[in-house]
Design a protein around this ligand. Structure first.
Ligand code: ADP
Ligand code: MG
Length: 236
């Protein structure tokens, strides 16, 4: 696909993997449901960012992804939009546990992701909650009990709640490790591995990271299956 190649060159996108689909260079070409596209219009966005343009078509094929791109490149919607489509396809009962799980290093980032999920998932009636430390567990547990489609969690708090057996991850089929490099820097690797053991292996896994050091490669090799790698700019 010539125009796809031209777009990749122009935006310094490098892809590694078999038969990687061409990027979606416009919102219209994504085929996202109209209620989702409406939210994008409301936000005043004119076009997908390069990481979105390239990761959306891959994620929509239900393939695993490692995306390496710097901060501020629009990674959140890069995984949330296909996550919304995944939710529409699976139609699980949220009372049985979340279908989409996003792991994030900090409370602040987790809250930002939840805000983005609520904003862009609102008209699709997608529900999302946040689990993080430094706050009482009670209200977080009640949210889970009420039933949510998406859980955004820091590894420490989610692991605590798992040990209390207050959440089931048996329904999770779309797992995102956001800011994977930062989570490893913060020492969350043991918690991440424990959490992932509770998630069925039949799942789609997406990893987003700003850097690509040996520790991140190792956990990617352990948790992802035949991922397509997407690099933006000279990030590696
Ligand atoms: P990252 O996770 O890569 O650091 P974010 O997902 O937090 O980046 O996005 C950074 C900002 O860009 C957010 O305010 C987000 O709403 C905005 N944004 C996301 N996608 C687009 C887009 N296609 N066009 C314009 N702004 C966007
Ligand atoms: Mg981010």
């Amino acid at each position: 696909n010539l125009s796809g190649d031209a777009y990749r060159r122009q935006h310094e996108i490098t892809v590694t993997g078999a038969e990687v689909p061409p990027p979606f260079t416009s919102f219209e070409s994504t085929g996202f449901p109209p209620e989702i596209l409406r939210e994008v219009q409301n936000a005043g966005f004119s076009a997908p960012t390069p990481i979105q343009a390239q990761s959306w078509p891959i994620a929509l094929q239900s393939r695993d992804i490692v995306a390496i791109a710097k901060t501020g490149s629009g990674k959140t919607l890069g995984y949330l939009m296909p996550g919304f489509v995944h939710l529409k396809r699976t139609r699980n009962d949220p009372q049985m546990g979340p279908t989409v799980l996003v792991l994030s290093p900090t409370r602040e980032l987790a809250t930002q992701i939840q805000d983005e999920a609520n904003k862009f998932g609102k008209s699709s009636r997608i529900s999302c909650t946040c689990l993080y430390g430094g706050a009482p567990k009670g209200p977080q547990l009640r949210e889970i009990e009420r039933g949510v489609d998406i859980v955004v969690a820091t590894p420490g708090r989610l692991n605590d709640i798992l040990e209390m057996r207050k959440i089931s991850l048996q329904q999770v089929s779309y797992l995102v490790l956001d800011e994977a490099d930062r989570m490893l820097d913060m020492g969350f690797e043991p918690q991440i591995r424990k959490i992932v053991k509770e998630v069925p292996t039949r799942r789609q896994t997406l990893m987003y990271t700003a850097t690509w050091p040996r520790e991140v490669r190792k956990i990617a090799a352990d948790l992802l299956v035949n991922p397509v790698q997407v690099n933006i700019g000279n990030c590696d």
